[in-house]
Design a protein around this ligand. Structure first.
Ligand code: CMC
Length: 384
């Protein structure tokens, strides 16, 4: 009997410690709390780069020349608009849908109506990566307008990726400080190795399915509260805690009852997530700018208590802990925080697929069978 029995095969729960690919896109040093994109420390990317340049770096493996960057920006800008057909479909979506479900469905629609989807090759896959990256901000903001009974705001060609998104979403061109902070948040979320949604995208792509299908898989995976959904839940948690005085009891009770504090812990980082460190600075800056620092101060207090209680277990703030506060102070509704994660991470998903398809092999792990064997088939009339 050729089943996979316990004891005969290695099993890694949640695939912990399993190596599934070789990549030159990003590397995480979980012990030291370091992250590099194509070798460049994330702190330098946040300081000097832009989202568009980061996308070029992740997709093509090097920083672009000025001309290469202009070309990519032009391609992204050209692809920003959605067809009337897609907008008409979106008008029929329920007004109270989860925006991640909307995004998943709209990306699926894009794939269904893309004539090139049937004949994918590297050039087509690059075009699809650019198209999805360009259109996802438009989908998110169009849906937000539609659910509020307003018409979508068409994209503008003269704005950066970050500024155009905020403009289409909120109806105003952001000031340079807000634009830059959004740009940095997008840089920080663009890529993170073999995380669950990237792996889901790669599994789909490894069957030689198309890139839209792979990104649909990834969006569905990112949605969960253990992955990209944590940023939204951090704000619900802050609201539930309510005040600085309640923080200590809330955190200690949660730990005692084995409830997770959202925005903490990571499979790879056993130190402070470097992205959280950068976002924390901007959460502070924005909450001071808005004159509303309560959540930031509560966040610092949660962090202090968590590190005191479970820091020795390697549990520290992750990228989702302060990102929600940043978006909140930009006036963005909280159910859009995870879609914004997808807006940026689509670059990492597609970069990994482009890389993996260079030497593709279908993902096909096995499972240990612990059920019965040699069971006789019982006819339906004899079943109890
Ligand atoms: N609060 C309290 N305890 C925690 C937390 C937390 N946020 N995270 C992990 N632990 C404890 C957990 O209870 C367990 O303790 P014990 O060994 O005593 O049973 C231990 O740490 C290991 O936890 P795990 O869930 O087995 O770890 P994992 O590697 O399977 O999960 C994680 C990683 C990110 C899913 C988890 O830390 C978690 O659920 N965090 C909260 C959700 C969150 O913030 N997710 C965003 C992750 S970062 C962005 C992204 O990738 O999307």
């Amino acid at each position: 009997m050729g089943c996979e029995f316990a004891g005969e095969m290695k099993y890694a729960r949640g695939l912990e410690g399993v190596t599934a690919a070789i990549t030159s896109i990003a590397c995480i040093d979980g012990e030291e709390g370091k992250l590099i994109y194509r070798g460049i420390p994330i702190e330098q990317m946040a300081e000097y780069s832009t989202f568009e340049e980061t996308a070029y770096l992740l997709w093509f493996g090097k920083l672009p020349t000025a001309k290469e960057l202009e070309d990519l920006k032009e391609k992204l800008v050209k692809e920003r608009a959605l067809s009337d057909d897609i907008i008409d479909h979106m008008r029929k979506f329920p007004k109270d849908a989860d925006p991640m479900d909307v995004l998943r469905t709209a990306v699926s629609l894009l794939g269904m109506t893309d004539p090139e989807v049937k004949n994918p090759n590297r050039e087509v896959n690059i075009r699809h990566s650019i198209k999805m990256t360009a259109k996802i901000p438009t989908i998110i903001s169009a849906y937000h307008r539609l659910r509020n009974g307003k018409d979508p705001i068409p994209p503008r060609n003269d704005l950066s990726h970050a500024a155009n998104f905020l403009y289409m979403l909120l109806g105003e061109v952001p000031d340079p400080q807000i634009e830059r902070i959004m740009d940095i948040a997008l840089i920080l979320h663009a890529e993170h190795g073999m995380n669950a949604s990237t792996f889901a995208a790669m599994v789909t792509a490894s069957t030689l399915s198309d890139l839209y299908s792979a990104v649909v898989s990834a969006i569905g995976t990112l949605k969960g509260p253990l992955h990209g959904g944590a940023n939204t839940r951090v704000l619900y948690m802050l609201e539930e805690i309510g005040s600085l005085e309640n923080v200590e009891k809330y955190v200690l009770d949660a730990l005692k009852e084995h409830r997770k504090i959202m925005g903490f812990g990571h499979r790879v980082y056993k130190a402070y997530d470097p992205r959280a460190r950068i976002l924390k600075r901007y959460a502070k800056e924005l909450s001071e700018k808005k004159g509303d620092t309560l959540w930031y101060r509560m966040g610092e207090e949660i962090e202090r208590i968590m590190i005191r209680e479970v820091g020795k277990k390697g549990i520290f703030p992750n990228v989702d802990f302060y990102s929600g506060m940043v978006y909140h102070h930009m006036g963005i509704p909280r159910d859009l925080f995870t879609p914004i994660f997808a807006l940026s991470r689509v670059v990492g998903w597609t970069a990994h697929i482009l890389e993996y398809l260079e030497a593709n092999r279908i993902f096909r792990p096995r499972a240990i069978y612990n059920g019965p064997i040699d069971v006789e088939y019982t006819p339906i009339e004899k079943r109890q």
